[in-house]
Design a protein around this ligand. Structure first.
Ligand code: NAD
Length: 474
């Protein structure tokens, strides 16, 4: 058993079973036995099971949201997470029949051969998820994998395991689903054991762990899809709608208390509108409240992971010591034993500060003026990360021209952090923010099957056969 900390009280109040390598192997063995029958089901039957799962999650939405709220210490996002996960399942129900329709055979350019395209699902998809959105990031890859015909094992974060029991009770009610969708709880060693048992791996988490998972997957020799961290930049041009940009960026940087991968972490503002923007942003941010003592009030939840608390404190202290000023917020405070980052706007920042270069998983937005587009683009790209970003300009061509120069997978224009909201836009991470196929949009499904081709000879002797073929054996 592993004790789990409650982010609202700081106390360990939950014990989580830890699956060792043998137990993970046993789960994988059972799923590998069940997977061929799941893949052989007509697509409509697999989708019917997933439709039942979505309905069952709706029926138990309160219990599920309560468990996620206990994991994360926040209510509004937990309710949205359940709704978002149900939405993800239902989108696949709509899209999968078109995407997985049998492809018509066609005549090859090799004239006497017909190609009959096939798809073969991987056996076991291993999914490793982080703590910042425990349910949705466990299911976002699990659902298309199940649609494609894989069996799925999920290892959620050890920081947020409380939702698992509720979800497993829901899954247990769906005919056939428990034999192809299982959870194994534990920390890093359980994750490594899962990679060793997987035929395809989807990992969401930090760059540091992602790199280890990638190396291990290479050793096991299975494909791996990595969705990692970011240091997303916003660029606010002189011709931006300033109140709108301020409102969008307050949400984009402080939503989920800044604990999402595509959170805006740096804001570059054209010098001529810098003062107006900063005033508008501070007005937005200063009004945000912690969800404390009432979990249902306010907008900003606690720092979920104990590991992050000293990192956020270090980033703030480093920035303030090097001359940054907090126009609102500026510290991590203790409320009831939990750690809460005050919604913070920093100015007088430089690229010598950790808050401008390292991932800050908290409600902190440093703002810096720029002089021209080249400078803003160079600064935005001056990072090893390349997850997403945003540009604000009322001249859409101007915004597009800047967006095209940004080295990141998803660029929101005149809005912030849209990646998490828009599921149908294929995108890949740039640089160290990830590796592998698109999680979003139609290509997402392709990660879970291999293409196989039947190459059918129409009866014509192939011209490359040995000239003597057909003669009696010598
Ligand atoms: P983390 O890398 O510490 O852990 C992620 C998962 O990996 C956990 O389940 C953990 O138990 C597991 N793990 C740890 N060591 C392992 C190992 N050696 N082998 C296999 N699995 C192992 O990340 P975290 O702190 O839980 O999450 C925060 C990070 O996730 C941030 O960097 C954030 O940006 C990133 N993130 C990315 C996305 C995205 O879509 N790109 C989404 C959400 C979060």
């Amino acid at each position: 058993m592993l004790a789990t900390r409650n982010p609202r009280t700081g106390e360990s109040d939950h014990d989580m079973p830890v699956f060792d390598a043998e137990q993970v192997a046993a789960v994988a063995h059972a799923l590998r036995q069940a997977q061929p029958a799941w893949a052989a089901l007509p697509l409509a039957d697999r989708l019917a099971r997933l439709a039942q799962l979505a309905d069952a999650m709706v029926a138990d939405a309160t219990a599920l949201a309560d468990a996620i709220a206990a994991d994360t210490g926040r209510r509004t996002e937990s309710v949205m997470e359940v709704q978002g996960t149900v939405g993800t399942i239902r989108r696949w129900l709509d899209d999968a029949p078109g995407l997985l329709a049998d492809e018509a055979p066609y005549r090859s350019r090799v004239a006497h051969i017909t190609v009959e395209p096939q798809r073969r699902a991987y056996g076991v998809a291993g999914i490793i998820s982080p703590w910042n959105f425990p349910l949705i990031l466990s299911m976002i890859d699990a659902v298309p994998a199940l649609v494609a015909g894989c069996a799925v094992i999920v290892k959620p974060s050890e920081a947020t395991p409380r939702f698992v029991a509720v979800l497993q009770r829901i899954i247990a009610r769906i005919d056939g689903l428990p034999s192809v969708l299982r959870f194994v709880t534990g920390a890093g060693p359980t994750g490594e054991a899962l990679v060793r048992q997987s035929d395809v791996v989807c990992f969401t988490g930090s760059v540091r762990t992602g790199r280890r998972v990638g190396l291990l997957a290479a050793e096991v020799f299975v494909p791996v899809h990595l969705e990692l961290g970011g240091k997303d930049a916003a660029i606010v041009c002189a011709d931006a709608d300033i109140p709108r940009a301020a409102r969008a960026l307050a949400w984009g940087s402080m939503g989920a208390a800044g604990q999402s991968c595509m959170s805006i972490e740096r804001c570059y503002v054209q010098r001529s509108v810098y003062d107006a923007f900063v005033s508008a942003l501070v007005a937005e941010v200063a009004g945000l409240q912690h969800c404390w003592p009432d979990i249902g009030a306010g907008q900003i939840g606690p720092i979920i992971s104990a590991v992050q608390v000293p990192i956020v404190q270090r980033h703030l202290a480093d920035a303030l010591a090097k001359g940054a000023r907090a126009l609102t917020g500026g510290q991590v405070v203790n409320k009831g034993g939990g750690a809460w980052c005050e919604p913070t706007v920093l100015v007088n920042v430089t690229h010598e500060m950790a808050v401008m270069t390292e991932e800050t998983f908290a409600a902190v937005l440093p703002v810096m003026p720029f002089d021209d587009d080249d400078q803003a683009v160079a600064w935005a790209n001056g990072t090893d990360y390349g997850l997403s970003g945003c540009v604000f300009s009322q001249d859409l061509d101007h915004a597009r021209a800047i967006a095209a120069r940004l080295q990141a997978g998803a660029i929101s224009i005149n809005d912030a952090a849209l990646t998490a909201m828009v599921y149908d836009a294929p995108k890949q991470s740039f640089k160290r923010s990830g590796l592998g196929g698109s999680r979003m949009g139609k290509p997402s499904l392709q990660r879970f099957y291999r293409q196989q081709a039947f190459l059918v000879n129409d009866g014509t002797p192939s011209p490359w056969w040995f000239a003597g073929a057909g003669n009696p054996p010598r």
